[in-house]
Design a protein around this ligand. Structure first.
Ligand SMILES: Nc1ncnc2c1ncn2[C@@H]1O[C@H](COP(=O)(O)OP(=O)(O)OP(=O)(O)O)[C@@H](O)[C@H]1O
Ligand SMILES: Nc1ncnc2c1ncn2[C@@H]1O[C@H](COP(=O)(O)OP(=O)(O)OP(=O)(O)O)[C@@H](O)[C@H]1O
Ligand SMILES: [Mg+2]
Ligand SMILES: [Mg+2]
Lengths: 227, 227
């Protein structure tokens, strides 16, 4: 699980400071499935980058998998991230010179998995997201939704304890989005993976047991939808 | 308006050929507002790149604003495009070293508009999409939805006769998406702009008077929704 207390983050451009996160408190138990919604520019990606140890808050406490990470140096943060966290970036961030299969291997290569074994697992993961017939395509030879599915496969191939997904269905048609959500739900209920999903799609949020909303830099939990 | 007859397009990677468009026929009258839906990877972006003169089909006829463009060279295609077409790319394609306002100026600079006048029009367009307070931000200082709105402003600033929008609301929350659609509808009904929108969102498609669906490389017009 993870716990955030009083997390603040501002950006400064020249003389102007924009306060984006204004004291975020959040407790996520292991095995939770949680959605985060909020207006464009309200700080969702900023919050997820901090939770995923990709960025540091200006102040506040952050505990991940039982460790207080506020004092960790960059190496310790990336070791903890590589061991526990899978990340689906909003802009996918695929490596343009690698094929789909090679992109999905990247998290395994970081851990020292042998290439043959990494490719086998990458291929299996890409088949699970319906991309078995595009293994050798590079990102510029894939459609928007296909790139997104490669990004999802890369986030899952390392069997992370925590999955952070930033609008994972944004570029997908309704059927493909539904298949993706079924896969994430299966990982959550079947393997106990903790899942945090940023989304603008209410049908995605409705599938999550816990639903948060970010507004004016603060986080509020929403009551469960009337079924 | 525009007319496509028998448009075909295949991609080849090594020994494998993927036939994406298999004989597309499409007639769009000036002032039409049309949506295009279809599964991820079905050829929507490929089709829009051809309609917008950014790519050439393998075969077929293409008439835009009364001209048969099949024989045009690259310079003639880009002159026609810069004069008539506004494009919202699926991946935004903002220039990373320019600010939001400078990015929106680009189509006007191409036409030789003086810098002061271009910046004035860019600022007005960015205010219309709710980005008046981010004029000096560069793309990496904007959120996903904010980048999308800059891309929309850039497509509209040149007052094109034809607007091609590839998932223009994909990164937007419901309220911002609604505001964007209202702006596009106002341009269509108020100024007679022809609008083609690729979308995965049925609430966006429902706002369009004509709705197409692409499947197995062919295009089929959908009957109007029951109101
Ligand atoms: N340069 C390329 N080389 C080979 N195949 C390509 C190339 N570009 C696209 N493709 C393939 O062409 C097909 C159509 O891609 P396109 O981008 O038009 O799909 P799309 O309908 O826009 O999908 P999405 O909704 O995911 O954006 C895909 O299957 C894709 O893999
Ligand atoms: N490097 C930066 N410098 C200055 N401001 C920034 C920077 N990065 C982000 N911002 C600002 O921080 C705010 C939050 O951005 P963030 O990307 O977290 O929004 P978001 O909720 O993910 O929005 P979206 O739904 O559009 O993706 C935005 O208003 C944005 O302009
Ligand atoms: Mg975001
Ligand atoms: Mg596309």
């Amino acid at each position: 699980g993870l716990r955030l207390v009083g997390i603040r983050k501002s950006y400064r451009i020249g003389p102007v400071t924009t306060e984006v996160l204004r004291g975020i408190d959040l407790e996520v138990a292991a095995g939770d499935m949680m959605s985060i919604m909020g207006p464009s520019g309200s700080g969702k990606t900023t919050l997820m980058n901090i939770i995923g140890l990709l960025d540091r808050p200006d102040s506040g406490n952050h505990v991940l998998e039982g460790r207080d990470v506020s004092g960790f140096d960059d190496d310790a943060l990336s070791r903890l991230r590589n061991a526990h966290v899978g990340f689906v970036f909003q802009a996918f961030h695929l490596l343009s010179r690698l094929t789909a299969a090679e992109n999905v291997c990247v998290p395994l290569v970081y851990r020292g998995t042998r290439r043959k074994e990494a490719l086998r697992r990458a291929r299996a993961m890409l088949e699970q997201v319906g991309m078995g017939d595009r293994l050798e395509h590079r990102p510029d030879q894939l459609s928007g939704g296909q790139k997104q599915r490669v990004a999802i496969a890369r986030a899952l191939v390392g069997e992370p304890a925590l999955l952070l997904a930033d609008e994972p269905t944004g570029a997908l048609d309704a059927d493909t989005a539904e298949e993706t959500m079924r896969l994430l739900l299966e990982l959550n209920t079947g393997q106990g993976v903790t899942v945090l999903i940023i989304t603008h799609d209410p049908t995605v949020a409705r599938r999550c047991a816990r639903r948060m909303r970010i507004e004016n830099g603060r986080l509020r939990e929403q009551a469960a939808f009337g079924i």
